[in-house]
Design a protein around this ligand. Structure first.
Ligand code: SF4
Ligand code: SF4
Length: 378
């Protein structure tokens, strides 16, 4: 194992996204997991995750987000949550609810689970189950949400928004409130991984986005005292990019099921980056020294217009993976920025896809023919 050199000015990460597994009973076509899913045989064992949590806490991490795939697919989920809690981390379980019966949820709470983030696909059970490609999932999610709230656990509802459900954002907020959630994230699809493959079937029209944003702002006051509503303009229709994860390698790190450590969950789409593994290096060394974390940290890597822009330390040039996906250059300005020479192209892509008649999905994890991938990622 290597030891890091001292970097006194480097900020500490605050959050760790622990992708415990890529296995998932659902098959959402907007899933941000990579097209090449990792195998169960390659997953880190319980003891290694426990070491990673201790190293994360020592590095300054405060929160661990236990994700996947579906984290409940891990038989040792209770032991993993216990290890994260013992390391002093605030534990957030990001789940589809499938695989979590009341007894298992009780065990998770007993060993220190702090917060649950539940995904909902829609308010209409048939449409929700169609999107997840799992019959009966929606009903199980609702029962699970009630079980979470009954136990006094904090609940966030996460609803990924796309063309098939964007007309029901108000109903999604109302459903989250009725379930007793303290927060709802109206999260527009981010087009990486399976979502990029399905962009033509998922992209809403500009008019739908505008309408949905207005509706949420209209009902926000109604829930001001009991429900935090998170909503941001989707990148393809935005004028400025988001500071993706607060800037590359500034605030968080992501450990894949097999132990590779990424600055963001889509970073492996960028060719040529070298990712270190927790199997070979301590987390501190990876955070400070690994090539992938160094690649776009700070502002030295920037080209124009970001290099001379007053906002470069506010949004850090936006998302590197989106720059690669749209512009073909991970070091380019995120095309979501209207100062990018490629901004207009992004809008054209969105408008073309949003009126595409194809509403069939390439479901996550299902076999997809290579020709279909080539056509869809044209
Ligand atoms: S987005 Fe859907 S398919 Fe992907 S991990 Fe979450 S529940 Fe599973
Ligand atoms: S030019 Fe770069 S730094 Fe300036 S607003 Fe656009 S993305 Fe942000």
């Amino acid at each position: 194992m290597t030891e890091p050199h001292a970097r006194p000015n480097l900020p500490a990460p605050l959050g760790l996204l622990a992708e415990l597994t890529h296995r998932c009973p659902l098959a959402c076509p907007y899933c941000s997991n990579p097209l090449a899913l990792e195998n169960r045989a390659d997953e880190l064992d319980t003891a290694t995750w426990a070491r990673v949590f201790r190293e994360a806490a020592a590095l300054g991490v405060l929160q661990v987000h236990l994700s996947g795939g579906e984290p409940a697919s891990r038989r040792d989920l209770v032991e993993i949550v216990a290890a994260a809690h013992a390391a002093g981390l605030y534990t957030n379980l990001i789940t589809s609810a499938i695989g979590l019966d009341p007894a298992r949820l009780s065990r998770l709470q007993e060993v220190g689970l702090d917060h649950v983030q539940l995904s909902l696909q829609d308010v209409d059970a048939d449409i929700a189950d169609h999107i997840a490609d799992y019959a009966g999932a929606h009903a199980r999610k609702l029962a699970f949400a009630r079980s979470v709230v009954e136990r006094g656990l904090a609940l966030t509802v996460n609803a990924v928004i796309h063309r098939a459900n964007i007309d029901r954002v108000t109903a999604l907020v109302e459903l989250a409130a009725s379930l007793g959630a303290g927060r709802v994230e109206i999260a527009h699809t981010q087009y990486y991984g399976w979502a990029l493959l399905n962009r033509q079937s998922l992209m809403p029209t500009h008019a739908q986005v505008h309408q949905a944003m207005q509706e949420v702002e209209r009902i926000r006051p109604r829930y001001a005292d009991r429900l935090v509503i998170d909503l941001v303009v989707p990148d393809y229709y935005a004028r400025r990019p988001k500071a993706c994860l607060g800037g590359w390698a500034r605030r968080s790190l992501n450990v894949t099921p097999s132990g590779r450590v990424l600055p963001c969950h889509a970073a492996e789409t960028i060719p040529g980056l070298e990712f270190w593994s927790v199997r070979d290096h301590p987390l501190r060394a990876i955070w400070m020294e690994s090539p992938a974390f160094q690649a776009f940290r700070g502002t030295d890597w920037m080209t124009e217009p970001c290099r001379s822009c007053a906002l470069r330390e506010i949004d850090f040039g936006g998302c590197r993976c989106q720059a690669l996906a749209i512009v073909g250059d991970a070091a380019a300005t995120d095309p979501a920025c209207e100062l990018s020479p490629h901004h207009a192209r992004m809008l054209v892509l969105a408008e073309q896809d949003s009126v595409d008649a194809d509403t069939s999905y390439a479901y996550r994890g299902r076999k997809v023919r290579a020709e279909a991938i080539a056509i869809r990622t044209r």
